[in-house]
Write a new protein. Sequence first.
Length: 316
Amino acid sequence: MSKTGKYNLQPYPRQGSGYLADDRLFPRADPISGEKLAFAVKSAFERALKTKKGEITSPNFPPARLIGICLKHLQERSDPILSPSFLSQCHLEEIFGMDAIAHEMQRHRMKIGNFYQFLVIELMRSGFDRVYDGKREGDVEAEINTPSYKPGLRLYISVKKSSDTVGGQDIGGVFNRLETLAKQDKNLTRPYMGVVAVATPQRGVISDYSASRFVRCKDDGSPYSANCEVWHPGFIFPFVCGRQAYDVYREALKQVGDFFPFNTLVHREKCSKMLAEELKKLGLVSLETGRIDPLRFQAFISRQSLSNAEKSNDDQ
């Protein structure tokens, strides 16, 4: 094996004189049935909602909990200059919609990243024999048989929601960590490949099968890693389950409301009134304007922490 940097150049067939693996190693899978696709999507959503103890958290939040989350978010995440100024210009019943809905969307965005990771695992399990939850950077580990290449490959896959999730200076670090996983794997019995799998379209475009797999290079044209590739959805989904990316997205769209409901939209009217009353009870509303008092709100979100001595005095 030749050397590239500090890692061995893995001996699987490449395209011409480049580093990209030969296309023939990765034929499209036979399409899985609609039932198997639906089951994989459901399983991935369920896993995305599980706690570390394996319990599935309820996706339905009642109004009282939504108000608690909103108040906590307002107090802990507001800017002490911009937020008081902005909120003091809003009607009280507008605040819930502006803060809580955006915050819920952000929470769902974080969870959907986990969903894509589990989705790739579940779909691979429908067509590959040896697929495992990965360690650290590698979300998925799999051993695959490859046509015309007898040993097959060991894949270390890091699943990213979008190309924005891993860009700039971090891409080299991701590839380095994937190669380190392989290098430290005492059970490795075949050549390996690191993969950064991007689960959603880049700039809204799904490229075709062959154009959706490439080696990421630096500005000077050299690869960040000669043993790692980037796979986009135009390749990932046909390869792991034989279905086009939009087939997978459409099935997930059918189910997402059962697992990631927008409770803030369902309870928006009631919660808007409830939050307005809570803000009044907290003394944050000006009696003259009927809106947030900027100085009171600023004090609410930038309270002075008491020293241990002061806490002891307060307790006496």
